[in-house]
Ligand binder design. Structure first.
Ligand SMILES: [Zn+2]
Length: 333
């Protein structure tokens, strides 16, 4: 993903129309929350293990053997976690560098015949270049993508495992998108740099397996949800273009006592996988670390070789997972 320049925003808006299970920190903090809400169960250790497994494949750059092995692992896990259907949507897209990249979006459905549905998504590909790496000589090296890629997927795998243990009342689609992070590096001069990101989500949005009857009522995107001391501000585009679900997420975080993690103020505008779905009429909120205390935008590990498993914090993933899963369990058909 990338941060949008503020001058692009008005145009975009116009165009867009033995694990430590349970709620963990959410449960402890919820005692002080004004309106009590029982936090959904979520296992931090499981989520951490799912992130570790992804990173162990190596960088999951589009078309690589590591990417394909990770894709197969994710499909197998979702089947193990009782998804009623798991499909791989295959396609391709021409990237900014002229390469034709294969796309494999993974879609798992729970309660597939239920028309009242929500969609939860995260990207599983990782960035081929560490273009923010302080050491210039290493900027062509692919990153581990522990936070940027694996963390969101790990949270969704743990959510899938929980959905298998306790069924939701609504239908739930889990979409693991491909080719999110192949956007042109800053050193390349390309037209419309913003359009070079999110190619897998673009493809999904153009080939959605929905009718007007069973189209998800809203979606939640998880991206970079595993950073240490991460704070989630309301991402600007979500807050403007997917207002009700964004309000729902931050209100739930408050009720769970997690407003030290989910900050009740607006953050940066971010090009990410929520936008293709928003453009197709599904309001999707992006939970992403931005407005980091030290950098003002993304965390310092973003698109660097330090985006590795050692810098991942299971407590952050747990807070994100608990908020999303508690929303899912409280959603009525
Ligand atoms: Zn990225």
């Amino acid at each position: 993903m990338n941060t949008l320049l503020t001058h692009i925003i008005p145009l975009m808006v116009a165009l867009a129309m033995a694990c430590s299970c349970s709620g963990g920190s959410a449960q402890a903090a919820s005692e002080a929350a004004p309106a009590k809400m029982e936090a959904a169960a979520f296992c931090a250790d499981s989520a951490m293990e799912y992130a570790r497994r992804q990173v162990a494949f190596g960088p999951r750059t589009p078309g690589s053997a590591a990417h394909d092995a990770c894709r197969d692992y994710l499909v197998a896990q979702l089947r193990t976690f009782g998804a009623d259907t798991v499909i791989v949507q295959s396609g391709s897209a021409v990237a900014w560098d002229g390469k034709t990249l294969p796309i494999s979006n993974i879609l798992a459905q729970y309660n597939p015949t239920t028309t009242a549905r929500v969609i939860l998504l995260a990207h599983y590909d990782t960035r081929p270049w560490a273009d923010r790496e302080p050491d210039e000589a290493r900027r062509n090296t692919p990153i581990d993508g522990a936070n940027d890629g694996a963390s969101g997927v790990a949270v969704l795998l743990e959510i899938a495992r929980q959905l298998n243990l306790k069924a939701p009342e609504i239908g739930v689609d889990i979409l693991l998108t491909d080719v999110e992070d192949y956007g042109a590096p800053d050193w390349e001069q390309v037209d419309n740099q913003e359009a070079t990101w999110c190619l897998g989500a673009d493809y999904f949005a153009a080939h959605m397996p929905y009718t007007t009857a069973n189209r998800p009522r809203f979606g939640i995107l998880l991206d970079m949800v595993g950073g240490r001391n991460a704070r989630f501000h309301r991402e600007y585009l979500s807050s403007r273009l997917a207002q009700s679900v964004t309000a729902k997420v931050w209100a739930m975080a408050k009720r769970l006592g997690l407003d030290n993690r989910f900050i009740q103020s607006e953050g940066n505008a971010i090009t990410d996988d929520h936008m293709p779905l928003i453009r197709r009429g599904i309001p999707v909120c992006n939970i992403i670390e931005n407005n980091a205390a030290d950098t003002g935008t993304f965390p310092a590990t973003w698109h660097t070789l330090s985006d590795n498993i050692a810098n991942l914090d299971p407590a952050t993933m747990t807070d994100a997972g608990v908020v999303v899963l508690t929303i899912v369990y409280n959603e009525k058909p």
